[in-house]
Design a protein around this ligand. Sequence first.
Ligand code: DQA
Length: 142
Amino acid sequence: MMKKILVINGPNLNMLGIREPDIYGKKTYSELVKMINSYCDENGISVDIYQSNHEGDIVDVIQQAYGKYDGIVINPAAYTHTSVAILDALKAVGIRTVEVHISDVSARESFRQISYVGLYAEKTIAGRGFDGYTEAIGYLAK
Ligand code: DQA
């Protein structure tokens, strides 16, 4: 059966390409979406891609994913370091999860060294740019 993956991107990731290009690169959010869609097409994976700047909306989308997806790939962006609510939502639905960060958060500010989602995610991929998303999808779909 075709695997169903949900990709969730948190706040400010819609600003990719404009936002701090030295850290996040020059490619835009729509290029990221295109890259994920073509990877999934080529590999026979069904994917839905969602972005929000609002914590509660991300919690809603995770709750709505219950029973519908084989895996979640999430870049919670700044909510990585603050959101117990997103962690609890992932625990509530019990869907396999991989955490992705475009930048190498381990080499950045001290406030980025805590990841709440990382307490649940079975794997974290950071510092591989956009490729981190396709690696995460491939890992969950295999
Ligand atoms: C990020 C890293 C976070 O610390 C930051 O708040 C982001 C993006 C990344 O993809 O590297 O918004 O998740």
